[in-house]
Design a protein around this ligand. Structure first.
Ligand code: DAH
Length: 348
C-alpha cells in the first residue's frame, strides 16, 4: 500500500472515531493514538527518509496537512465536550424563572363545616348571634326543661347515650345531647328577651349507622324570643333562609308537626332540587325534602326559665346538617362524610 493511501485511510479512521463521540478519557486516548509521539502519523513521517526528494515533498505536505486537520478536529471535539459539561452543570445551578410553579395541594373545610358556616352566616346577616353549647349535657336541659318531664313518651323517640356518672345533687343525669335544643334553655336562663341565636353543634343518638343514619351528626338550632313574635315571623325568617341557601326558585312548604317544646309545631320542606317536585329517587318520590322542625316556643318552656309567656313569645327551629350537602350533591350514603376518603371530600 503506498503512503498516500495509508494517509487517507488513517484520516478516515481517525475522524470516524472522533465523530463517534465519547468522554474525556476516550478523547485523550484518541489524541495519544493519532497525534502522540508514537502515533502512526509519526511513523509515516519517519519513513520519509527512504523516499526520493520528489516523493518526500509530496508525502511531507500531505502528512502536515493531515496533522493540522487532526489537530483542528481534536480541538473542536475537546471544546464540544467542555461546553456540554458546562451546560449540564448550569442546569443544576440555575432556576428557570419563566417555568410555571408546581401547584401546591390545598385543603379546604369539610363539607359539613362548609354548610354550617354558610347557614350560620345567613342567620347572622339577619341579626342572629352564633353560640355553642356542651355536647355532654344534663337530662334536665336535654329533656325536662323542654317540656319532656321524666316518663314523657317523647323521650323514647330518640335513644340516648347515657353517661356512667352519678346524678348530681338535684338528680340530673348526664348524657350526650340528642339535639341542640338544650341550648335554648341555657340561653334563656341567662338572658332576657330580645333573644336571637343560632347554635351549630354535634349531637349523638344511640342508633345503628346506615346509609341515612349516623349515631353522631350535626345540627343547627335557632331561637328568637321577643314581644309580639308570631308564626308569621317564623315563616318569614325560615322562608328567607331557604331562599338564600337553596335559591330563590325553590318552593317551600310548611306543614304541622309535633315537638313537645313548641306549640304549634311545624316542619319545613323545600322542593326537591333534582326533580323540581315531580318525585324522584332522591326525594323518595314525594317531590319535597324535609329540612327542619320548628314551632312557637311552648309557654311551659318560657315559664320554666322565668320568662313571662303573656308578655313574650318566640319561635324555634332545628335542622340536621349532614343531609343538606348530601341532598344538594345527590350523595347516596351519608357515611361517606365521615369515611375520611379524600377522593370524596375533595369534590366539595
Ligand atoms: N330538636 C329537634 C330534633 O332533634 C328539631 C327541632 C324541632 C328543634 C322543633 C326546634 C324545634 O327548635 O322548634 O329533631
Amino acid at each position: 500500500m503506498d503512503i498516500k493511501t495509508q494517509l487517507e485511510e488513517l484520516k478516515a479512521k481517525a475522524l470516524g472515531e472522533l465523530a463517534a463521540g465519547g468522554d474525556g478519557a476516550s478523547l485523550e486516548a484518541w489524541r495519544v493514538r493519532y497525534l502522540g509521539k508514537k502515533s502512526q502519523l509519526t511513523e509515516i513521517l519517519r519513513s520519509l527518509a527512504g523516499l526520493s526528494i520528489e516523493e518526500r515533498k509530496e508525502v511531507g505536505a500531505l502528512s502536515n496537512t493531515l496533522k493540522i486537520e487532526l489537530d483542528a478536529a481534536f480541538k473542536i471535539a475537546e471544546e464540544t465536550l467542555l461546553a456540554r459539561a458546562a451546560s449540564s452543570a448550569d442546569a443544576k445551578d440555575t432556576i428557570d424563572i419563566s417555568l410555571p410553579g408546581r401547584p401546591f395541594p390545598r385543603g379546604h373545610l369539610h363539607p359539613v363545616c362548609q354548610a354550617l358556616g354558610e347557614i350560620s352566616s345567613i342567620f347572622t346577616a339577619m341579626g342572629f348571634q352564633v353560640l355553642e353549647g356542651p355536647e355532654v349535657e344534663w337530662d334536665y336541659y336535654n329533656f325536662d326543661m323542654l317540656n319532656m318531664p321524666k316518663e314523657h313518651p317523647a323521650r323514647a323517640a330518640t335513644d340516648t347515650f347515657w353517661l356512667d356518672a352519678p346524678p348530681n345533687d338535684a338528680g340530673w343525669k348526664m348524657l350526650l345531647r340528642t339535639h341542640t335544643s338544650p341550648m335554648q334553655v341555657r340561653t334563656m336562663e341567662k338572658n332576657r328577651p330580645p333573644i336571637r341565636i343560632v347554635v351549630p353543634g354535634i349531637v349523638h343518638r344511640y342508633e345503628a349507622t346506615d346509609a341515612t343514619h349516623l349515631s353522631m351528626f350535626s345540627q343547627i338550632e335557632g331561637l328568637a324570643v321577643d314581644e309580639g313574635i308570631s308564626m308569621a315571623d317564623l315563616k318569614g325568617t325560615l322562608h328567607e333562609f331557604a331562599r338564600r341557601f337553596f335559591g330563590t326558585d325553590r318552593r317551600v312548604r310548611f306543614r304541622c308537626d309535633f315537638f313537645p317544646y313548641v306549640e304549634p309545631g311545624a316542619e319545613m320542606a323545600v322542593e326537591c332540587g333534582v326533580c323540581r317536585g315531580d318525585g324522584c329517587r332522591l326525594c323518595g318520590g314525594s317531590g319535597w325534602i324535609e329540612v327542619l322542625g320548628a314551632g312557637m316556643v311552648h309557654p311551659n318552656v318560657l315559664e320554666g326559665v322565668g320568662i313571662d309567656s303573656k308578655k313574650y313569645s318566640g319561635f324555634a327551629f332545628g335542622m340536621g346538617i349532614e343531609r343538606i350537602p348530601l341532598l344538594r350533591a345527590g350523595v347516596e350514603d351519608i357515611r361517606l362524610f365521615y369515611g375520611n376518603d379524600l377522593r370524596f371530600l375533595r369534590q366539595f
